[in-house]
Design a protein around this ligand. Structure first.
Ligand SMILES: O=C(O)CCC(=O)C(=O)O
Ligand SMILES: [Fe+2]
Length: 288
């Protein structure tokens, strides 16, 4: 029987969602963003999408081939939309799943990356990959390093490039490769999200037969002692971060990673202090 992903409503018990995620490596949650929020986010994104160039130059040819030239990107979303930072990045379900999967192995977790990925007509399927491979130097076996999600801002269908995932692959040996029949597609209405572990094999799907842009947020969280994929302190500089909630500031790296209680130390200090306090005191953003 072909594998499927379990789907939950946002109102479901988050422990049940976590259990399914633990078992399958991925789960769908319907209604993560309600309609009014989708509309407000859509209005904020439109000018940014209009200005995005799908043929943009990437860091190097490997990254260029991975993303292709049919995808519009808006990177560093938390610095581009306060609404995104507070309502999506700090979504209670994401935080509760991060508490479950990441907090046992760090003192605090961080936002790893937050993009819009707008996969246009003609975008081929990405290479199948595990998002955690950005930290290829971490010896294996290792604890779960990352929790990720693609949130649909339009209906995701097989035709317009719904994310392809391989249930169970988070527990596979590295050398095992997915067969085409092991892929499932995160078909879901706008406002829903597919949430997956950094160890789960997946790829952005092919958008070859539709004439629609497949707009979605791609965001992820990582253990707080890892270098994050996006430089969030530059994506959201102090003068902007001071307008955000303390929770959002911590996710962006304005807090310290305080492992003293675990007989560890501090990461991310400034002037031997917690940057979040300096931000609150107005010192940080007024520096020159
Ligand atoms: O856009 C998607 O469906 C997935 C994107 C993805 O997996 C990635 O960029 O790492
Ligand atoms: Fe990915």
């Amino acid at each position: 029987m072909a594998a499927t992903l379990k789907a939950f409503e946002l109102s479901a018990d988050s422990a049940e969602i976590a259990q399914s995620l633990e078992e399958q490596g991925a789960v769908i949650v319907h209604g993560l963003l309600d309609k009014p929020l989708q509309t407000r986010l859509g209005a904020a994104l439109q000018p940014l999408l209009d200005a995005a160039d799908p043929a943009m130059e990437h860091l190097n040819p490997v990254i260029g081939a991975f993303f292709g030239d049919r995808v519009r990107h808006i990177s560093g979303m938390a610095g581009k939309s306060q609404l995104f930072a507070e309502e999506v990045m700090c979504h209670p379900l994401f935080l509760s799943l991060c508490d479950h999967f990441l907090l046992p192995n760090c003192a605090d977790y961080l936002l790893n990356l937050a993009h819009v990925m707008d996969r246009g007509p003609g975008a081929p399927q990405q290479m199948l990959h595990r998002d955690e491979d950005i930290w290829i130097h971490v010896p294996r076996p290792h604890p779960e390093l990352q929790l990720a999600s693609v949130v649909a801002l339009v209906d995701f269908t097989r035709e317009n490039g719904a994310t392809a995932l391989v249930p169970g692959s988070h527990r596979w040996p590295r050398e095992r490769e997915a067969r085409p029949e092991e892929l499932v597609y995160a078909e879901m209405p706008a406002g829903s999200a597919v949430i997956y572990l950094g160890s789960t094999i997946h790829a952005g799907g092919t958008n070859s037969t539709s004439d629609q842009w497949r707009t979605g947020f791609h965001l992820s969280y990582s253990l707080g002692w890892l270098r994050t994929e996006e430089n969030n302190l530059l994506a959201v500089p102090p003068w902007q971060a001071r307008e955000l909630s303390p929770r959002a500031q911590r996710l962006l790296g304005y807090g310290v990673h305080d492992a003293i209680a675990d007989q560890g130390g501090y990461l991310g200090m400034l002037e031997l202090r917690n940057p979040q306090e300096l931000l609150r005191e107005g010192v940080l953003w007024a520096r020159n």
